[in-house]
Ligand binder design. Structure first.
Ligand SMILES: [Zn+2]
Length: 399
């Protein structure tokens, strides 16, 4: 399948290419074959006229729990410990593989319609999420989350999934100890060793709340970040979700081990966990990606909202309107997400990169006029402006 996008504003997110007005992008198979200003030679199966439209890299949701769409609006306006232990965990105890399949399908439909082309999931019955992802054509990074006593069973499930999805271009894996408060130190060590042996990144929750932080200091005389480091987790490429409560030396630990942060500003606001020190992380050169977290703590999987929130909250929190500029926020949702998930050919519109692309319709009153296309996308665009979503060279959503 060959597709041509022509006469379109190409937001490459590639520092060398920038924004290309009246540009073209050609896709052959699952790769981007050309990006530029002149129309490439050759026949195309499909040509999309991009007048009044922008082409952006597919958005990457670096931290979510897709099947939690079933818990959207189930428990709101509660503190995290109460929410998790009294509402979420009891509900999840009753969920079946069929429930996870349906919840994942709802999430994937929502994500594709909002320009998300790749998500990093952490949940249970993940084979069902993988099957839903393949059926709907979205890229997924899966992990059947380890907690308490579930290690052997989860390792077996991960191995079964690796076998089942070995032929798929769309599915990769991380290994996920849930958090320091749901895993023992020995379990964290086992997870670190397993990930190392099988060359898998770690995906975990880290320093989400003040309670997690102070409990860890009381029990272990260490910060959550130092505790995870001492368990050896960061010897693997790691995606750490949240990182809200961080000391300066915690940030140094993340930097030293090249840990990627999955920033979840809306979930952190809704659960009143706080605001992660993202400007500091960015200044230090820590890779910051963006996630929605589950739909029960957000309550949507809309990455356009998340990008805008990421660009806004650090301005307000730090009384600094230059904190997290629009382009930085969009990078978090594209190239930084790709890096966090271990892709070196995703997150930019560049020759040779995977063809995960989104066409945004700019011909609408709330996007008029446009002085700076990136600013318009970050501060004014809405997920409903997404007109086409392409994953791995296939158009899987049309508005
Ligand atoms: Zn989470």
């Amino acid at each position: 399948m060959k597709t041509l996008f022509e006469n379109i504003t190409v937001i490459t997110m590639d520092n060398d290419a920038g924004v290309i007005k009246n540009g073209c992008a050609a896709v052959d198979g699952n790769k981007i074959k050309y990006v530029g200003t002149t129309k490439p030679e050759g026949e195309f199966d499909r040509v999309i006229n991009g007048e009044n439209k922008a082409l952006i890299p597919g958005l990457i949701n670096a931290h979510t729990h897709t099947a939690m769409t079933l818990l959207r609006g189930y428990a709101d306006d509660m503190n995290l410990q109460d929410w998790l232990y009294n509402k979420i965990f009891p509900f999840e105890d009753k969920m079946t593989p069929e429930d996870v399949r349906r919840g994942s399908e709802i999430a994937i439909d929502e994500m594709l319609a909002g320009g998300t082309t790749c998500f990093s999931d952490m949940y249970f019955f993940q084979a069902e999420t993988g099957r839903a992802a393949i059926q709907k054509g979205i890229r997924a990074v899966l992990s059947d989350c380890v907690n308490f006593d579930g290690y052997e069973r989860k390792v077996k499930l991960m191995e079964e999934m690796a076998e089942e999805f070995s032929g798929s271009d769309l599915i990769t894996f991380t290994f996920s100890p849930h958090a320091i408060y749901t895993c023992s130190f020995e379990l964290l060590e086992k997870c670190a060793a397993y990930a190392k042996e099988h060359n898998m990144p770690i995906h975990t929750h880290l320093a989400e709340t003040r309670t997690e932080f102070s409990d860890c200091e009381i029990e272990h005389n260490m910060t959550p970040t130092a505790y995870m480091e001492s368990a050896g987790l960061f010897e693997n490429p790691t995606i750490a979700a949240h990182c809200v409560v961080m000391t300066d030396s915690d940030l140094e630990i993340l930097k030293k081990h090249n840990v990627s942060v999955a920033h979840n500003p809306i979930s952190n606001l809704k659960l009143a966990s706080g605001i992660a020190p993202v400007p500091k992380m960015l200044d230090m050169g820590i890779n910051v990606a963006l996630g929605t977290d589950g739909a029960s703590s957000n309550n949507s999987l809309d990455m356009f909202e998340e990008i805008k929130a990421a660009a806004l909250i650090h301005k307000g929190a730090g009384l600094d309107p230059t904190a997290v500029p629009a382009e930085t926020a969009l990078k978090m949702a594209t190239i930084n997400g790709a890096k966090a998930l271990g892709f070196d050919n995703l997150g930019m519109i560049k020759e040779g990169y995977l063809a995960d692309l989104v066409v945004v319709d700019l011909d609408t009153p709330h996007l008029r006029p446009i002085y700076d296309p990136i600013s318009s996308l970050v501060y004014s665009a809405k997920c409903g402006d997404v007109e086409y979503t392409m994953v791995n060279g296939n158009i899987v959503y049309e508005r």
